[in-house]
Design a binder for this molecule. Structure first.
Ligand SMILES: [Zn+2]
Length: 148
């Protein structure tokens, strides 16, 4: 990547930028259910005893680490509205169960990580990587990276 390019999130408000990459969601103050992507409408937990009008939901910064639940390499271009660099480069996608929330979040794996570096149950952490670039800007997303 060209270091002179501006870096900005490919989508606003879904994660904090490097060096402390964290996913941004919401959480129910009545029952504790976390949401990512954020949910601002009402808690969806059928057992929740909160008001369920949205007032029970607050900002929540999710865990930065989790364990690989599943992963696969993507060797085809994802369909729109997904974006990818030209020319297309295969990438790895991982479903990761977050440590504290016990919810599974999908994300790309950092491009310097190979399939041989990954295993189900392995601990990974969030990092930031470039999803695609134009002439002036590198658009970033959260990515997973194995912890040593
Ligand atoms: Zn709730």
């Amino acid at each position: 990547m060209d270091a002179t390019k501006e870096r900005r999130p490919a989508v606003d408000g879904w994660f904090t930028p490097a060096p402390d990459v964290r996913l941004l969601g919401t959480r129910c103050t009545a029952c504790g259910t976390p949401y990512f992507p954020r949910n601002d409408l009402a808690c969806r937990n059928p057992a929740c005893e909160g008001p369920r009008d949205g007032s029970e939901l607050t900002e929540h910064t999710l865990s930065a680490t989790g364990r690989v639940w599943s992963f696969a390499d993507a060797r085809y271009r994802p369909p729109p509205p997904s974006v990818s660099p030209e020319p297309f480069r295969p990438y790895i996608v991982a479903a990761v169960e977050l440590d504290a929330e016990r919810m599974v979040v999908l994300g790309r794996v950092a491009p310097d990580v190979s399939l041989d570096d990954l295993a189900v149950g392995q601990t990974v952490e969030l990092t930031e990587g470039v999803l695609y670039e134009d002439d002036t800007t590198a658009y970033t997303v959260w990515m997973w990276r194995p912890l040593p």
